[in-house]
Design a protein around this ligand. Structure first.
Ligand code: NAD
Length: 328
């Protein structure tokens, strides 16, 4: 079957193309995101494959429906970028890849934590500049620290397990408890977690109820010097409030793999351009902030799993078989 892959990078092609060819599908790759102009390119295809910053709003869904698209395969876990009620109304089948590698994201979150607590990101630059002084690089042991995990699904539960392996005391919050976490950490109310954690790592989806869950009030309730890690979705965090918390030293350090307005920045090489997002630019000025550009998923294992599930769903759709990880 013919499928158009939006927001395609060379690595997407590398992993998707051989599997698709083997299964007898024809994939075309375009670098651009889907928008109200590029959606017309979907004409002549039966399916499209999109990524995290491809916004599938009502207008675009209607346009690709008119173009003949019936299957949308999201090659990501999160789906806050899709207008699901509209997709349902139009009769689209939408699939995602919910657990391509929870280890990839969990390990990235812990990697960011280790970098920040031992100042590795700054040490790397110093040593390259022949500056071997240690002043300003003083860290703290992870062992014995209290870690709060918000969202204990596939990724949060693996993150909790890794922190527990470091000898941390792990506290958990979720609207639904995960049996896999029992024995690793203790479920507590959100307020308790916020007030009693040295490190807080976010692993819940972006929904109306989680939007800006980290804000001026919740930051004020946290321990002074808290480390905040977000590898989930940028919208969970009110960035202005975090900047304020960093400026008054209430927040000790921040690791972000996602950012509220990342759509205009991430996944592109902008090294020759002026960044016009002043909030993002301010974040970059803090020595105790580590930012990666939505990279947590980016391992060979995860790309392989994403390609396998995506191609499998094209095959199933064509054969009229039940789809894997269907949202509608
Ligand atoms: P999951 O569905 O397995 O787990 C999410 C958990 O969050 C569930 O247990 C759910 O009950 C919980 N939750 C929902 N609403 C909540 C709320 N209001 N408060 C507390 N918990 C709540 O999802 P997952 O695979 O673990 O992924 C988590 C998130 O990570 C995804 O939604 C996605 O946004 C993000 N993600 C980021 C990357 C990356 O590269 N940075 C990659 C994959 C996923």
């Amino acid at each position: 079957m013919k499928c158009l892959v939006f927001s395609a990078k060379p690595y997407d092609r590398l992993y998707l193309e051989p599997k698709a060819r083997e299964a007898g599908h024809e994939l075309d790759f375009i670098e651009t995101r889907i928008n109200n102009k590029t959606c017309r390119l979907a004409e002549g295809y039966s399916a499209i494959c999109t990524f995290v910053n491809d916004m599938l709003d009502a207008e675009i869904l209607e346009a690709i429906h008119r173009a003949g698209i019936r299957l949308i395969t999201l090659r990501c876990a999160g789906y806050n970028q899709v207008n699901l009620p509209k997709a349902q109304e139009l009769g689209f089948k939408i699939t995602r890849v919910p657990a391509y590698s929870p280890y990839a994201v969990a390990e990235h979150a812990v990697g960011m934590t280790l970098s920040l607590c031992r100042n590795l990101h700054r040490a790397y630059q110093r040593v390259r500049d022949n500056n071997f002084a240690l002043d300003g690089l003083l860290g703290f042991d992870l062992h014995g620290r209290e870690v709060g995990i918000i969202g204990t699904g596939a990724i949060g539960s693996v993150t909790a397990k890794i922190f527990s392996g470091f000898g941390c005391r792990v506290r958990l919050y979720d609207i639904q408890q995960n049996a896999a976490c029992h024995g690793i950490g203790e479920y507590v109310p959100l307020e308790y977690l916020l007030q009693n954690s040295d490190i807080i790592s976010l692993h819940c989806p972006l929904t109306p109820s989680t939007f800006h869950m980290i804000n001026e009030q919740t930051i004020a309730s946290m321990r002074k010097g808290v480390m905040l890690i977000n590898t989930s979705r940028g919208g969970l965090v009110d960035t202005q409030a975090v900047i304020q918390g960093l400026k008054n030293s209430h927040i000790g350090s921040v690791g972000l793999d996602v950012y509220e307005e990342e759509g205009d920045l991430f996944f592109e090489d902008l090294s020759n351009r002026v960044i016009t997002d002043d909030v993002f630019s301010r974040l970059l000025t803090f020595p105790n902030v580590l930012i990666t550009a939505h990279q947590a998923f980016f391992t060979t294992d995860a790309l392989n799993a994403i390609a396998t599930t995506t191609v499998d769903n094209l095959t199933r759709f064509e054969a009229n078989q039940p789809l894997l990880n269907c949202l509608t």
